[in-house]
Design a protein around this ligand. Structure first.
Ligand SMILES: Cc1cc2nc3c(=O)[nH]c(=O)nc-3n(C[C@H](O)[C@H](O)[C@H](O)COP(=O)(O)OP(=O)(O)OC[C@H]3O[C@@H](n4cnc5c(N)ncnc54)[C@H](O)[C@@H]3O)c2cc1C
Length: 464
C-alpha cells in the first residue's frame, strides 16, 4: 500500500525516468521509490516509438561528434545494448540493421575518409565503403535507375550491430523489471500530473491533482516540463527552453538499414536520415526536420502556457535568437524547415534532401507522416547567451535533479540514470552495487562517474 512518502521520487515515465526507476530499484539500497506520470502509461511523449528516430547512437557515424564525445556516447549505447539484449523478450526492444553515414561529393567523401582513419581503431566493425560496397548493402543509395549514380559517394558503416531501439518498449521493460525487485517499495502513479514542488523541513513536497507526496530526494525527467518544475523551485531561472519539433516522411521500402548524412557543423543533428521504422514494416522513414514550435509536447496545444512560462522571453533570449539567425546556414535552415511544414510545397522541397540519400525517389513516393515526431527541449543559457546542444541537467545539490533530454537522450538513458542514481545514493548516504552494474551493464567498459556525462552537468551553484 502506498504511504505517499519516499526516499526517491521520480517525475516522468519516459525512457529517462523509467531507466532511473530500474537502476535505483536494482542497484541501490534505496528502499522507497515512487514514480509519477501524468499519462496512463509509460513513454507517451518523446519516448513514444513514433516520436523519435529509434536510433542507438554509438558515435561512429554521427559526424557532429568528436572522438572524445563519440566514445562517451559509445559507452552509453553499450549499457543500453547490454541491458536490452539480456531481456528474455528483446526482439521488440532492440534491432539489428545495417547502418552508414553517406558522404556525397568530394568534400564530404574526403571528410569521411579522414574520419575513418581516426575512428576505426575504436570501432572495429566500422568499414569504409565505396560505391560498390554501398550497393551491396543499400542498392537504392548507390544506384539510380539501374546504374551507379554519377556523383562521388563514400560511406562509413557496419552491418552486424544493434542500431535501432523501440524506446517505448524499452521504457515498459524498465517498469516491468523494477516491479520484479521484491525487497523494495516501488509505487507507480499514472494519470497524475505534478503541479507544484516545494521544500519543507528538508523534505520535498510534490503536489499533484489530488495528492501531496513527500520525498527526501527528487529526480525530474519530464522533458521540457522539467525546466518549468525547476523554475517552480527557484532553480535554473537563467535558462529558457526552445522546443524544436521534428517531422518525418514515409516512402515505400527502399532502405535496408539506417542511412545518415554528413552533419553541418553549425547545425548538429540537422541533416536528415532514412531508415526502416521498427513499427511500420514495408515503409522507409525520412527525417527528422527541425521546426521551433511554441509548445512543450507535440500535437498538444494545451502545453502552450507551459512553454510561455519556461521561455521567459527577454532581451537575453532575443539576443541568442538573433545571434542564431545571423548565421546564414542556420537562418536558411530555419526558413526551409518552416516551408517543410506547409502542405503542397513541403514534399517538393523535402524530396530534394531525400534524393541525396535515394537519388531515384519520386515525389509520389513521399507521404508526410501525420502525428509522428516529438519535440527536443533545447536549453538557452541566458547568462552566456548561447543555445545548449545535447542533454542538460540541473543538479541543485540539495537532493533534487532536473533533466532536459533532447537527442540522444534515448540512447543515454541508462548512463544518465546511473549518474542520477549515484548522486541520489550519495545524498541519502546509501550504497550502489558497483559489481552488479559492471557485470550486467558495463562489460569491458568500466569508465564511469559524472565526469563522463555526455551532456552538461549544471551544479546548484550555477543553476540557482
Ligand atoms: C524528432 C526526435 C528524434 C529523436 N531521435 C532520437 C534517436 O534516434 N535516438 C535517441 O537516442 N534519442 C532520440 N531523440 C531523443 C529522445 O527521444 C529523448 O531524449 C527521450 O525520449 C527523452 O526521454 P525522457 O524520458 O527524458 O522524456 P519524455 O519521453 O518526453 O518523457 C517525459 C515524461 O514526463 C511526463 N511529464 C511531463 N510533465 C509532467 C508532470 N508535470 N507530471 C507528471 N509527468 C509529467 C510526460 O508525460 C512524459 O511521459 C529524438 C527526439 C526527437 C524529438
Amino acid at each position: 500500500m502506498s504511504s505517499n512518502q519516499y526516499d526517491l521520487l521520480i517525475i516522468g515515465a519516459g525512457v529517462s525516468g523509467t531507466a532511473l526507476l530500474y537502476m535505483a530499484a536494482k542497484y541501490t539500497d534505496i528502499a522507497r521509490i515512487g514514480l509519477i506520470e501524468k499519462y496512463a502509461a509509460p513513454a507517451r511523449v518523446n519516448s513514444l516509438s513514433s516520436n523519435n528516430s529509434q536510433t542507438l547512437h554509438c558515435g561512429d557515424i554521427e559526424t557532429n561528434y568528436t572522438l572524445d564525445k563519440a566514445l562517451k556516447v559509445k559507452r552509453a549505447a553499450s549499457m543500453l545494448r547490454n541491458y536490452a539484449t539480456a531481456l528474455p523478450d528483446n526482439d521488440h526492444v532492440i534491432f539489428k540493421f545495417p547502418k552508414m553515414v553517406l558522404g556525397v561529393g568530394e568534400k564530404e567523401c574526403q571528410q569521411l575518409r579522414e574520419r575513418y582513419k581516426i575512428f576505426s581503431p575504436h570501432y572495429p566493425d566500422l568499414k569504409l565503403l565505396d560505391k560498390k560496397a554501398i550497393a551491396k548493402i543499400e542498392p537504392a543509395v548507390a544506384m539510380k535507375n539501374g546504374r551507379f549514380r554519377d556523383d562521388e559517394v563514400v560511406a562509413l558503416g557496419s552491418t552486424d550491430e544493434y542500431t535501432a531501439v523501440n524506446f517505448e518498449a524499452l521504457s515498459r521493460s524498465f517498469v516491468r523489471q523494477a516491479r520484479q525487485v521484491d525487497d523494495k517499495e516501488i509505487d507507480i502513479h499514472f494519470n497524475e500530473s505534478v503541479l507544484h514542488i516545494k521544500i519543507e523541513k528538508e523534505r520535498f513536497l510534490v503536489e499533484t491533482n489530488g495528492t501531496c507526496y513527500q520525498t527526501k530526494s527528487l529526480v525530474v525527467c519530464a522533458g521540457g516540463h522539467s525546466l518549468k518544475l525547476a523554475h517552480d523551485l527557484g532553480y535554473g531561472l537563467h535558462y529558457s527552453c526552445l522546443p524544436v519539433a521534428g517531422s518525418y516522411y514515409f516512402a515505400p521500402h527502399c532502405l535496408n538499414g539506417k542511412v545518415y548524412t554528413v552533419q553541418n557543423d553549425a547545425l548538429p543533428f540537422a541533416a536528415i536520415h532514412g531508415d526502416p521504422d521498427v513499427l511500420v514494416p514495408g515503409e522507409t522513414r525520412f527525417g527528422p526536420t527541425a521546426l521551433v514550435l511554441p509548445i512543450l509536447e507535440r500535437y498538444n496545444l494545451s502545453t502552450l502556457p507551459d512553454f510561455l512560462q519556461v521561455f521567459r522571453f527577454d532581451r537575453k533570449v532575443a539576443r541568442v535568437l538573433w545571434d542564431l539567425l545571423r548565421v546564414r546556414d542556420i537562418r536558411n535552415y530555419m526558413f526551409k524547415n518552416i516551408l517543410f511544414e506547409i502542405p503542397l510545397i513541403r514534399k517538393l522541397l523535402f524530396l530534394k534532401d531525400v534524393r541525396k540519400i535515394v537519388p531515384s525517389l519520386r515525389l509520389k513516393d513521399l507521404t508526410f507522416a501525420r502525428r509522428v515526431g516529438g519535440i527536443r527541449p533545447q536549453l538557452i543559457d541566458k547568462l552566456n547567451a548561447r543555445l545548449l546542444m545535447g542533454e542538460a541537467k540541473i543538479d541543485t545539490g540539495i537532493g533534487a535533479i532536473f533533466n532536459m533530454t533532447p537527442s540522444p537522450g534515448g540512447t543515454s538513458c541508462l548512463e544518465n540514470a546511473e549518474i542520477d542514481m549515484r548522486t541520489v545514493a550519495r545524498f541519502l548516504k546509501l550504497t550502489v552495487n558497483d559489481e552488479m552494474i559492471k557485470k550486467d551493464l558495463l562489460g569491458d567498459d568500466v569508465r564511469h562517474n559524472n565526469a563522463d556525462f555526455p551532456g552538461r552537468v549544471l551544479s546548484g551553484e550555477d543553476s540557482k
